[in-house]
Design a protein around this ligand. Structure first.
Ligand SMILES: Nc1nc2c(ncn2[C@@H]2O[C@H](COP(=O)(O)OP(=O)(O)OP(=O)(O)O)[C@@H](O)[C@H]2O)c(=O)[nH]1
Ligand SMILES: [Mg+2]
Length: 350
């Protein structure tokens, strides 16, 4: 799972990256191949901690999301651009989600985030429109038959012409498959991060803004990025005191992680043994065979069946062994659809 951090120059993208991953940002340089900096964001997970508490494994592995920060383009720095640096579009094609940072600190405390969201969507729509148009011209030149791809692209062209991001349209699974190779940017899940001062971080998202964003299928969260980056080197109790003094119940990163998870429509399943207890992210609706493939391709290939135990059942029984004795362990075949919280043990042969 990979998400790119985008937004206007100086919006605080690198500060958000720092607050979420603990890594310092990249300095400016022009080489495109060096422009992206990946970092890992670890997801806190109370269920994973509870499993570790009971099982006491040698190793505990949380889910990590990869975030990308981009070094600013030196050419762009002279002219503060409202939207996205167009050179970035090709670098965004293989990411699963876009995090759009909007400055809400200092002189931008009162700036309208909706305007930024519109500008962002415009760039995404523009990039997709150019791609669709090029492909349709090509198909026309080749006198291609009016297949499903062409039909889908013509429909998309109509939506994009009206300035509609594809993520806000009803796009069927078949349409997604037929156009997957284009990796349309406006079809990517997007999350708006209002980068504000700590005093504003616990305010709700204005209802009008929320409604306007949801018609674009964009969720928004507030994050006091500079403040949260300052908390990173502190001990748990010091951090707690500062959060409380700022009137915050939990760090904004937790809300951001939850919103990102929801935007990507992911669930969590677990593998739990004495060696390692580990959390895994999976697309909602995916089968146990796909889950097995995440763990290891050999496990998917040699799949026989899986033993599945819900997290709540594990807690109620106190251990996997006792859950087994109580007959709570379910045996599932390849087509079983994994539920959020499932603890999974796959039987396989190599
Ligand atoms: N007060 C305050 N300042 C912030 C906050 N976030 C970022 N800044 C400041 O804003 C400036 C720009 O922040 P960056 O994180 O470098 O912004 P950026 O979007 O990565 O900038 P480019 O990569 O150059 O486009 C820095 O001086 C930050 O210290 C914030 O939440 N509050
Ligand atoms: Mg930066």
């Amino acid at each position: 799972m990979k998400a790119a951090i985008v937004g206007a120059a100086g919006a605080g993208k690198s500060t958000v990256f720092h607050a979420l991953t603990g890594l310092a940002p990249l300095a400016a340089h022009g080489e495109r191949r060096e422009r992206a900096r990946p970092g890992q964001m670890r997801l806190n997970d109370a269920r994973l901690d509870a499993l570790a508490e009971k099982i006491r494994p040698r190793k505990l592995t949380p889910i990590e999301l990869t975030l990308l920060d981009f070094a600013p383009d030196p050419k762009e720095q002279q002219k503060p651009s409202a939207g996205l640096d167009p050179e970035l579009a090709p670098l965004l094609r293989d990411v699963d989600a876009l995090i759009v940072v909007v400055a809400q600190f200092g002189p931008w405390a009162g700036a309208d985030p909706l305007e930024k969201a519109r500008a962002f969507d415009e760039e995404m729509v523009f990039a997709d429109y150019a791609q669709v148009e090029r492909r349709l011209e090509r198909l026309a030149k080749e006198h291609a038959e009016a297949g499903f791809e062409k039909k889908t692209l013509e429909r998309f062209l109509g939506l994009l012409e009206q300035g509609k991001p594809l993520r806000a349209a009803e796009v069927s699974a078949q349409e997604r498959r037929a156009t997957a190779s284009f990796s349309f940017l406006s079809l990517r899940p997007a999350l708006l991060v209002l980068n504000c001062e700590p005093e504003a971080a616990s305010l709700p998202i204005n209802a009008g803004l929320g409604a306007a964003l949801s018609s674009r299928r964009i969720d928004a969260v507030r994050l006091a990025a500079a403040f949260e980056a300052e908390l990173l080197p502190l001990s748990g109790s010091e951090r707690g005191e500062l959060l409380e003094a700022a009137g915050l119940r939990e760090p904004g990163r937790e809300r951001l992680a939850a919103a990102l998870y929801a935007a990507l429509d992911l669930i969590t399943f677990y593998t739990a043994g004495e060696q390692e207890v580990r959390a895994w992210a999976l697309a909602r609706g995916a089968t146990i065979l796909e889950a097995a493939g995440k763990i290891h391709s050999d496990i998917a290939r040699g799949f026989i069946r899986a033993e599945v135990l819900g997290f709540e059942e594990f807690v109620a029984a106190g251990s996997t062994a006792r859950a087994r004795e109580a007959g709570k362990l379910r045996l599932e075949g390849k087509t079983y659809v994994v539920c959020d919280g499932d603890i999974v043990h796959v039987r396989f042969k190599v």
